[in-house]
Design a protein around this ligand. Structure first.
Ligand code: PXP
Length: 258
């Protein structure tokens, strides 16, 4: 029997659409409620330094909702003093430390924990002491995984963006190489005692192979689900992803219901 695979739904891009007009809708907190009702195990939100999508008040309201529902909030944030203060105030269930560059459109690569070990480690310690489960968003690179383990973080989230791009853009050999690296990275991290998550760029075409990696405990998926919701609604968009994940775990390649 394989381990259950949790789905964290990232609701950042509901806020992106709201912020395009600067008003109050669509509301990412309402999206979080719908996502939980549709089978999400938790909600992920990235409070970026430039507040381009999720705002401080979204985090206040998401935190209140998820505490009331006893469901996990996974706060993604850069490794900065400002973000640490916010995380220590809210003490979310989980904090995922990510690299952040102002000019990027999305989180383009993993955290460089090898070079940044002495910078990252005190953040991990403070968050661990506050009771948040710390995850480091890294590439599936043996040296990064080893360094992440040495920070004292309980979790690594492996960056699936390169694999997903290679599949979408029709580069099968590269996709195979990236998938082999993800599978090896997951095995290495699990052998070190780390919990292993994965995310970035996952859609219906890429989720099956990712979800079949047996060591993975959680996937965090956002942009594709919010985009698909325009056509089918948020609940059906998430339910289909959940079905595909479950089918991949069952190892039968069954298609989820549309
Ligand atoms: N995991 C992490 C650490 C991320 O930074 C993101 C993007 O915010 C995701 C998962 C979700 O990626 P996507 O929106 O491409 O599904």
């Amino acid at each position: 029997m394989s381990k259950p695979l949790r789905l964290g739904v990232n609701i950042d891009h509901v806020a992106t659409v709201r912020n395009a007009r600067g008003g109050l809708y669509p509301d990412p907190v309402r999206a979080a409620q719908e996502a939980l009702a549709a089978g999400a195990d938790g909600i992920t939100a990235h409070l970026r330094e430039d507040r381009r999508h999720i705002s401080d008040s979204d985090i206040d309201r998401l935190s209140a909702l998820l505490n009331a529902e006893a469901r996990p909030l996974n706060l993604e944030m850069a490794v900065t003093q400002e973000m640490l203060t916010i995380a220590l105030h809210h003490r979310p269930h989980a904090v995922c430390l990510v690299p952040e560059k102002r000019e990027e459109r999305t989180t383009e690569g993993g955290l460089d924990v090898v070079a940044g070990h002495n910078w990252v480690t005190p953040f991990v310690s403070r968050l661990n002491e506050a009771g948040s489960r710390v995850s480091l968003f890294i590439g599936a690179d043996p040296a990064q995984i080893e360094a992440a383990h040495r920070t004292g973080a309980a979790v690594v989230e492996l960056h699936t963006g390169a694999y997903c791009d290679a599949v979408r853009e029709g580069r099968p050999e590269e996709a195979d190489r990236e998938m082999a690296a993800l599978a090896a990275g997951a095995a290495q991290a699990a052998a070190l005692g780390l919990e292993v998550h994965a995310g970035h760029g996952i859609d219906y075409d890429t989720v099956t192979a990712v979800a079949a990696i047996p060591e993975l405990m959680e996937l965090n998926i956002g942009h594709f689900l919010i985009g698909e919701a325009i056509f089918v609604g948020l609940g059906p968009s998430i339910r289909r992803m959940r079905d595909l994940m479950d089918a991949a775990r069952a190892g039968d390649g069954r298609e989820g219901e549309a």
